[in-house]
Design a protein. Structure first.
Length: 448
């Protein structure tokens, strides 16, 4: 090896210690190695190593391998949003191109191969069952990305993982690509938790040396382009940006799932208005509650059904829900459900509502329309882009009264609803196969 080459320093440190080095260690070791005979490198290896990391087998990928980092998705029980995008894409990349999914060690110090049950989850596009305890068995080998292709299809939420990703992209001699969802933590920071913003900024920093990013919508591309221009102002070159729009595709619900979801409601509860998504502030669910209360006070009979996980900043929302339920409003809260029940919910609803204040894409809008259920959504950004294809009413999400009027129109006017249903049915079809193929071509630089 050339002790003056930072890439070979990075590789040697990673392979010999079983831990990926950070930028500071690589640069300091490369500089010191110019003036000694390997003592600095030996010292760096010793400082980075731990007894457990030295005990692990370390392998290098083949030059043609495509490694796909699925660490967050692999352990997540969620089936919507980013997790859906990752599972639908990676399942197809494995099937069609032999991609190799990888994850990180529990200490987030190095990437590793998957266990058999983890590999099966990714091959089938399934979420883990938290009630099933999997045998750990033998420790999988560590894998150090080197002279291959590395794809990051998810957002990295761990600060320490992001710190190690930038030198990986800079020194591993890999082609590196990432899916770009949004820059909400920067453009709408007030709607996110404080530590989330800090961690996201380190994730953005890690993306700087990547070769390519595929934003998921025009709005997402515009946000990443702003970041790209900021890099240029600092004399840095960012990744190639090329939008690959997410598909409006979801598997229809089974008859069993439809019956199970319908059984939750009775004839007196009226039509179902569905709201899908977590309850963080930018999803604007407080506005939905206010709009619904205005309609309940006017005598409209319907059930408002929220389907999604709890999240940061949802305390006021939960308190308002409790107050409305105490007042005998027909309001139902459902937690995490599988894809079949999610599709059944869309199908059962008269319409869905998604008035988010900022989205990279707005997958619930696309999924609802794909199943023929009209949507009320925001009149800007990615949500307006999806609505262009028909089947949706757009409103100013900051105007609760406009939202209430749109809901009233779809509750009371069958002609308007029918027109939107026909528009939704006539929308051009875009599949996960299309998305996976186009994203693969951009991120790997290879024709599918």
């Amino acid at each position: 090896m050339d002790p003056k080459d930072p890439s070979e320093i990075w590789l040697t440190l990673a392979v010999m210690s079983g831990r990926l080095p950070d930028n500071q260690l690589v640069q300091a070791t490369a500089l010191a190695s110019r003036f000694d005979r390997g003592e600095s490198l030996d010292k760096a290896i010793r400082s980075l190593s731990t007894p457990s990391s030295l005990a692990r087998q370390v392998v290098l990928p083949e030059p043609g391998d495509v490694l796909v980092d699925v660490a967050t998705t692999l352990d997540s029980p969620f089936t919507t949003g980013i997790q859906r995008v990752v599972r639908e894409s990676v399942m197809r990349w494995i099937r069609d191109h032999g991609a190799r999914p990888i994850t990180w060690t529990t200490t987030l110090s190095c990437t590793r191969l998957l266990r058999p049950h983890e590999q099966e989850l990714m091959e089938k596009g399934l979420a883990p069952d938290p009630t099933v305890r999997q045998p750990r068995g033998q420790q999988p080998a560590l894998v150090v990305p080197w002279e291959c292709t590395y794809i990051l299809p998810e957002v990295v939420g761990e600060y320490s993982r992001s710190v190690l990703l930038q030198p990986l992209a800079r020194y591993s001699r890999c082609r590196t690509g990432a899916v770009g969802y949004d820059v909400v933590a920067v453009t709408s920071a007030e709607t996110r938790g404080g530590h989330d913003n800090e961690h996201f900024l380190e994730y953005l920093n890690a993306l700087q040396p990547f070769d390519a990013i595929t934003p998921i919508s025009r709005a997402s591309e515009a946000e990443f382009e702003g970041w790209h221009q900021a890099l240029a102002g600092a004399g840095l070159t960012g990744p190639e940006l090329r939008e690959v729009t997410l598909p409006a595709s979801i598997h229809p619900a089974s008859e069993e799932a439809r019956e199970e979801f319908a059984a939750v409601f009775d004839d007196s509860s009226g039509p179902v208005v569905l709201v899908v998504g977590s309850h963080e502030p930018r999803k604007n669910h407080l506005a939905v509650l206010h709009a619904a209360e205005l309609l309940w006070r006017r005598g409209h009979v319907f059930t408002l059904c929220f389907l999604g996980a709890r999240s940061w900043g949802g305390k006021e929302f939960r308190e308002n829900v409790a107050d409305l339920q105490a007042a005998d409003r027909s309001l139902l809260m459902l937690g995490g459900v599988d894809d079949d029940i999610l599709a059944a919910a869309y199908t059962h609803a008269r319409f869905s509502v998604f008035p988010s204040l900022n989205e990279g894409f707005g997958l619930p809008v696309a999924e609802s329309l794909a199943l023929g259920t009209p949507v009320i959504t925001s009149n800007f950004g990615s949500m307006a882009q999806i609505a262009e294809g028909g089947g949706a009413l757009t409103v100013d999400p900051r105007d609760d009264y406009a939202l209430s009027e749109a809901m009233e129109a779809l509750l009371g006017d069958d002609l308007v609803l029918s027109t939107l249903e026909k528009e939704a049915a006539a929308r051009p079809k875009r599949t996960w196969d299309d998305y996976a193929r186009e994203t693969w071509e951009v991120l790997t630089g290879r024709l599918a």
